[in-house]
Ligand binder design. Structure first.
Ligand code: HEM
Length: 195
């Protein structure tokens, strides 16, 4: 994957656990790269090894590392100069999710040979939808769950996420049922004025 992804992982670990922990993770993962370059492509295996090692060093399941990373990604991409791309993709969660492929297509203009995942929305209702996640890469669904939680925070929206039809059960993609409800602005206002 592009260095941007590995850099995001590094940024998350360093901000929460410090640089020494990141060095320990890299050494455990047998990764000798001093600094990742955002626009350079690295074998996917490096990312998977880093996640495995982070899981061992930080003593948490790899799925939790991926979920935390997915959440972090939503903030990280904005700090790396992709904030306006994120803003353009939608004003609310359902609109944004329907634009994910457009967003990655735009990312692909500056990242040659990008292999992005693909997302499709179906059963669009007022407060729910089904998200279909297609990828050739295995095991990254927890990262998608984290991203959806991060997007809920970004859009000030309560989200409930259920993995309904899994690849592990023979489906050719992951299906995620999402309920979403914007948090009441009035209540937030009350909350703020109480502090
Ligand atoms: C401006 C924001 C974003 C940028 C710059 C970005 C960029 C990227 C890049 C560079 C990759 C690696 C692909 C490769 O190296 O071939 C990637 C993968 C991925 N992106 Fe995004 N992305 C953004 C937002 C999102 C959002 C909001 C989601 C939410 C669901 C998302 C979901 C994913 C997933 C799940 C992968 C892992 C690869 C896979 O599943 O095959 N991305 N993205």
């Amino acid at each position: 994957m592009f260095g941007l992804v590995n850099k995001g992982l590094e940024d998350m670990v360093c901000s929460q656990y410090g640089e020494e922990t990141w060095e320990e993770i890299k050494s455990k993962a047998d990764v000798e790269i001093e600094a990742f370059i955002s626009m350079d492509a690295y074998p996917d295996d490096i990312t998977y090894r880093l996640v495995e090692a982070a899981s061992a060093v930080m003593e948490m399941p790899a799925t939790d590392v991926l979920e935390a990373f997915g959440r972090y990604w939503i903030l990280f991409t904005a700090t790396e100069g992709y904030g306006s791309l994120m803003e353009m993709a939608g004003d609310n969660l359902p609109e944004f999710l329907q634009n994910l492929d457009n967003l990655h297509a735009r990312v692909g203009l500056s990242f040659p040979n990008l292999q992005p995942p693909s997302f499709l929305c179906s059963e669009l209702e007022e407060e729910s939808l089904k998200l279909h996640y297609y990828s050739d890469r295995p095991g990254l669904t927890p990262m998608v769950v984290g991203m959806l939680k991060g997007l809920g925070e970004k859009f000030n929206t309560d989200v409930d996420i259920q993995l309904t039809n899994r690849k592990a059960q023979g489906n050719d993609h992951e299906e995620v049922s999402i309920s979403h409800k914007p948090k009441c602005p009035f209540k937030q206002h009350l909350h703020r004025s109480n502090n």
